[in-house]
Design a protein around this ligand. Structure first.
Ligand code: PMP
Length: 454
């Protein structure tokens, strides 16, 4: 008789490139690299790499050739669009526009806003979500203060939307998961508030999509943006998916071939252009078919692996890190919504008596662990979390914050579907040893970075 299967099978690790790469330690010897900076860029899934390698000999121009390989590449490009639409649960009339990244996607949407649009964005956003909205004279941005709970986020937004004048177009921009704290934002509730007040909403899913299913219809958002390089597909493509109307009515993001359907000289010497009304309108130039196919391959791989299992495993890793760090009183985890708030595998912290760059440099040089230190392109959020004026780190090796003092920047550890337990276990052990024994090497500042003295 076979055993009863558990509700969620313990998933295997998804194989990624680089898992057997070794790096030298400053203290001697080599160790396999522990890539714990997934929030910046995740390693490529082996499956993505294999798919790209299998396609590469057949590479050809997209939408631009009569040859067999051009047609094959065009089909691949357009079927990738369908794959991404399915991954995001797009509605029938949504458009999937391929871009370079989340930053590019949000700038495209900002450029496509109807005249007079008022944008509402929390000051806690990543700069890619925070900054694109003030670049036009004919749109306006309102920055909302940092909420200290998901409920406060919804209340703050509702209050701001209720106070807006007139019934003109409005857009809310919100992150799904913070790139600093990893905390999940109440996207569905924020979407409900936005729509109740006649506003639209765009979800910055750069940190959410690699960790959680994102369903545009179920989340009830109007657009979703994400980047391939955080979704295990680091080939330079990104996505903006959602409502077609504003995109169709806007000027093309870039003017050029591919976006134009018909171009003719005018009698007065100028040119008349008829632009596409499909996603091609905003995809001028030869598209990045490899990047796009890589994203589609990653979407397929994640869907087939199943998010239930991926989320369950990631929760185990998060618990390991949190429990380990909780045993070190000098470590303070950064959080907006409270330590127990649901989050993805992204955690930031400061260490009493340590300069964050020094700490991150020692994790790399002495343990072969890659994390990130700094302000994570979210300066206003860091200002709130650290209760200090974020700044460049001080001289390397000099304690930045004595016990009880405020740190100037932070350390971030992040992981995902390709992270073995050993990487987070090594990380926790390294934090404990560094805090207890100090660094075993000397470090100096070079070009603003902390590096081991050679
Ligand atoms: N939004 C969030 C939440 C992010 O974490 C990032 C990248 N750190 C971005 C947007 C920008 O992504 P990209 O650099 O791929 O444009």
């Amino acid at each position: 008789m076979s055993a009863c299967p558990s509700a969620v099978e313990t998933p295997a690790l998804l194989p990624v490139l680089g898992s057997d790469v070794t790096v030298p330690l400053v203290t001697g010897g080599e160790v396999t690299y522990a890539a714990l900076d997934y929030a910046a860029s995740a390693p490529a899934l082996r499956r993505v790499w294999d798919d790209v390698a299998a396609y590469a000999p057949y590479y050809g121009s997209v939408h631009r050739g009569a040859g067999y390989l051009s047609q094959l590449s065009t089909d691949l490009f357009e079927s990738s669009r369908k794959e991404v639409a399915a991954f995001l649960g797009c509605r029938e009339d949504d458009q999937v526009v391929f871009t370079r990244s989340t930053t590019d996607s949000l700038n495209l949407l900002a450029a496509a806003l109807p005249t007079g649009t008022e944008v509402f964005v929390f000051e806690t956003e990543h700069h890619a979500s925070l900054l694109p909205w003030e670049r036009r004279e004919d749109t306006r941005a309102t920055y909302l203060s940092a909420p200290r709970s998901p409920r406060e986020a919804v209340e703050t937004l509702e209050k701001a939307l209720a106070g807006r004048d007139g019934g003109g177009p409005a857009l809310v921009c919100v992150t799904g998961a913070s790139n600093v704290t990893g905390e999940l934002w109440p996207v569905r509730e924020l979407a409900g508030a936005a729509h109740a007040h006649g506003a639209r909403i765009v979800l910055d899913a750069a940190q959410l999509a690699p960790h959680h299913p994102v369903d545009i219809a179920e989340a009830d958002v109007d657009w979703v943006a994400f980047s391939g390089h955080k979704l295990y597909a680091p080939f330079g493509a990104g996505v903006l998916a959602g409502r077609a109307d504003w995109l169709r009515e806007a000027s093309p993001y870039l003017a050029g071939g591919g976006a134009s359907r018909k171009v003719a000289r005018r009698d007065d010497g100028g040119v008349d252009v008829e632009w596409h009304t499909t996603a091609a309108r905003h995809e001028a130039g030869s598209p990045n078919v490899i990047g796009v196919y890589a994203i589609a391959s990653a979407c397929k791989a994640l869907s087939e692996a199943g998010f239930d299992g991926l989320v369950a495993r990631e929760r185990q890793l998060i618990a390991k890190v949190r429990e380990g760090l909780a045993e070190v009183p000098e470590v303070r985890l950064l959080s907006l919504f409270g330590d127990d708030a649901p989050r993805v595998g992204v955690l930031s912290f400061v260490v009493d008596g340590w300069n964050s760059s020094h700490f991150a440099a020692a994790l790399s040089a002495e343990y072969g662990i890659g994390v990130r230190d700094g302000l994570f392109c979210a300066h206003p959020l860091l200002r709130t979390l650290l209760d200090s004026e974020p700044d460049e780190p001080g001289e390397c090796g000099a304690p930045e914050a004595a016990p009880g003092e405020r740190a100037l920047n932070a350390i971030r550890v992040s992981f995902g579907a390709g992270t073995p337990d050993e990487h987070v276990e090594r990380f926790v052990r390294a934090v404990k040893e560094l805090v207890r024994d100090g660094a075993r090497w000397d470090y100096r500042t070079e070009d603003g970075r902390c590096v081991p003295v050679s």
